[in-house]
Design a protein around this ligand. Structure first.
Ligand SMILES: [Zn+2]
Length: 311
């Protein structure tokens, strides 16, 4: 147990686990706790978050980043991984904790953390993409996180990069998520294998982002081509985002990014740069790897709770 005073509590609510942190004034984590996520049970969800918040810092400002869409009233509108809809998380926790928590999307929380303490520290305009099962997105514009009129802003994985293209889990065709998520990396490799390509991946137990990355590092040409293709599409998507938002830096996080960054990020830079308006002489923003890993969501949620708590 630390003597450092707790300034806020941040909790990251994912589809399988909740992780929470007591955070000090300077952003350091003073204490941590975790629970298994209740799935399909809104009351249990409220209860487990409230218990975690009280355990980590009773009476402190509380920020909650959730894998789902959150509206301005703190209602968790849609959270497929938690199998709940329309949970009034903010109001229910306000009643339970005696103070109103900040509730926002987990990737939105993560981009705040990366822009204050991580890979984009000090930048006021930041685009974050997290490459995992899907693609999460977060935007900081002029220092503030962008949530949109209804909480649906920054769904950057569903920017369409190829009209009529690959089917995305959201139902659209051609979304960036269908080309550059961890899931997509595995699917692209499986398709090449099914089409008769000769690759060491034929012997892999499961062909996912991790396997493709390992094969590429071992010199497998097909795996390298897949990662180059993923980087290409990532760059196409990023070019549109950079042309819309003019960020200082683009941050790429998520499990699939940490495995594949060495191949994918250079390919993404090469594909993005010529599509940026004004370049050259304008310099495209750097594409960098996230630094805060799994701590980003809870840290960012705590930071937003402090910022909205007032001085
Ligand atoms: Zn989509």
């Amino acid at each position: 147990v630390s003597d450092v005073p707790v300034r806020a509590v941040g909790i990251d609510v994912g589809g399988t686990k909740l992780v929470g942190a007591a955070v000090a004034e300077d952003g350091t984590i003073v204490a941590r706790a975790r629970r298994v996520s209740p799935v399909g049970d809104p009351d249990a969800l409220v209860e487990v978050i409230a218990t975690l918040a009280e355990e980590l810092g009773a009476g402190s400002p509380v920020g909650i980043g959730v894998a789902g869409i959150v509206d301005r009233g703190g209602v968790l509108v849609y959270a497929p991984n938690l199998d709940v809809v329309d949970v009034p998380l903010g109001p229910a926790l306000h009643e339970r904790l005696g103070r109103r928590p900040v509730v926002l999307n987990d990737a939105s929380a993560a981009v705040v953390a990366e822009s204050r303490l991580g890979a984009a520290a000090g930048a006021r305009d930041v685009v974050l993409l997290t490459l995992g099962t899907g693609i999460g997105g977060g935007l900081v514009v002029d220092g503030s996180v962008v949530e949109g009129a209804n909480g649906f802003a920054a769904e950057l994985g569903h920017v369409i990069v190829e009209e009529g293209g690959r089917r995305c889990p959201c139902g659209n065709l051609g979304c960036l998520e269908a080309y550059a998520s961890g899931t997509a990396i595995g699917l692209l490799a499986q398709e090449r294998l099914a089409a008769g390509a000769t690759t060491a991946l034929a012997d892999a137990e499961t062909i996912d982002g991790k396997a493709v990355s390992a094969a590429a590092q071992a010199g497998d040409e097909v795996a390298r081509q897949v990662l180059a293709e993923v980087g290409h599409w990532l760059g196409v998507g990023l070019a549109g985002l950079v042309n819309a938002l003019d960020p200082e830096v683009v941050v790429i996080g998520g499990g699939a990014a940490s495995h594949t960054a060495g191949s994918v990020l250079p390919a993404a830079t090469a594909s993005m740069s010529p599509r940026i308006i004004g370049a050259p002489p304008r310099r495209p923003p750097p594409i960098v790897l996230a630094q805060l890993g799994d701590d980003a969501g809870m840290l960012g949620a705590a930071l937003v709770a402090v910022e909205r708590d007032g001085p």
